[in-house]
Design a protein around this ligand. Structure first.
Ligand SMILES: [Cu+2]
Length: 180
């Protein structure tokens, strides 16, 4: 006859072995990017600045300090250049003001996604996410659209921001590029 204690132990073990394949091996579904600013406001950034995710994963931007937005490079966002896949939906969080305010985006379409912080783009506060296989406008040179007469009216990515992006190759190799 099996004692009650043995029974409980056995079922606990079964539960653990059932859960292990689900929670042990799988990638966490939410990846976090912190939106950061030094107390004197001289240094701001997304951390990590570069991130690789698989299609279907959720990215959550969390406000750490200062006031920030996460805003996709897309003409719908105040006429900025297109630097996310054509088929993807552009996002704009609006201002996140209180610490731990957050904004989520689920990435389903593969490609490169460049984004910026509205009040700090001119300070070089930008980030890049690669979803699965890289592709789309985010892989093109920064002056590609401003040199094309049809899209020359789109806002150019400022030089200080263009310089801040980690390379696509580096993101694929390291998966997470911390803000330096
Ligand atoms: Cu900012």
């Amino acid at each position: 006859m099996i004692s009650r204690r043995t029974c409980l132990k056995a079922s606990a073990l079964n539960l653990a072995s059932l859960l292990a394949p689900v929670y042990g091996a799988a990638e966490p579904q939410v990846k976090t990017i912190r939106m950061w600013g030094s107390a004197d406001g001289t240094k701001v950034g997304f951390d990590p600045i570069g991130l690789f995710v698989e299609p279907g994963q959720t990215v959550r931007w969390v406000l750490d300090s200062s006031v920030h937005t996460t805003t996709a490079y897309h003409p719908n966002n105040a006429g900025h250049s297109l630097r996310i896949p054509e088929a993807a939906t552009p996002w704009d969080s609006g201002y996140l003001i209180n610490p731990n305010d957050h904004f989520d985006v689920v990435f389903t379409i593969e490609g490169v996604y460049d984004y910026f912080c509205t009040p700090h783009e001119m300070a070089g506060m930008v980030g890049r996410i690669v979803v699965g296989r890289p592709g789309g406008p985010g892989t093109l040179p920064f002056d590609y659209f401003t040199r094309n007469p049809k899209t020359a009216h789109w806002l150019a990515v400022p030089e200080v921001a263009a310089r801040a992006f980690p390379s696509i190759d580096e993101i694929i190799k390291r998966k997470v590029i911390p803000f330096a």
